[in-house]
Design a protein around this ligand. Sequence first.
Ligand SMILES: [Zn+2]
Length: 163
Amino acid sequence: MICELCGREADRTTPILIEGTALRVCRDCMKFGDVSKTAKKEVATKSAIAERLEQRQRRMRSKDVYVEEETYELVADYPRLIRDARAARDWKQETLAAKLNERTSVINKLERGDIRPDDVLIKKVEKELGIVLREKVPVIKPESKSTGGKELTLGDLMKMKKG
Ligand SMILES: [Zn+2]
């Protein structure tokens, strides 16, 4: 089996959730996501992203790929996280807006996912609601210098999936 995150051949893979996307990963990559029953259900059928990675695997020997570094990305379900945390405090959108010194319409759009918060707003919301809206994402690079290959992140794979 092939790890859908680092692309290495693994004896055994485990389904995890990364940014709301279910991936089957090797033991080393399990730390990057949440192992959950949800994930196990979602990977029951092979995803488009898995197929894309397998195509890439055929072109690239597994030992040429490794995880070099990590970056932080906004989690996909930030609208729900914000809404739930606010509701748990019994705050109206107006209440949260006032605490963050933002307009109520901004909170409304955040909770509908209409806008992506910038770093400053993410930090304010995380602090005020005591939640985490970002997660570590590994940056996967081809080892070979000669290719001059661009860094490939999970975010890029998501774009490839859509395109
Ligand atoms: Zn892996």
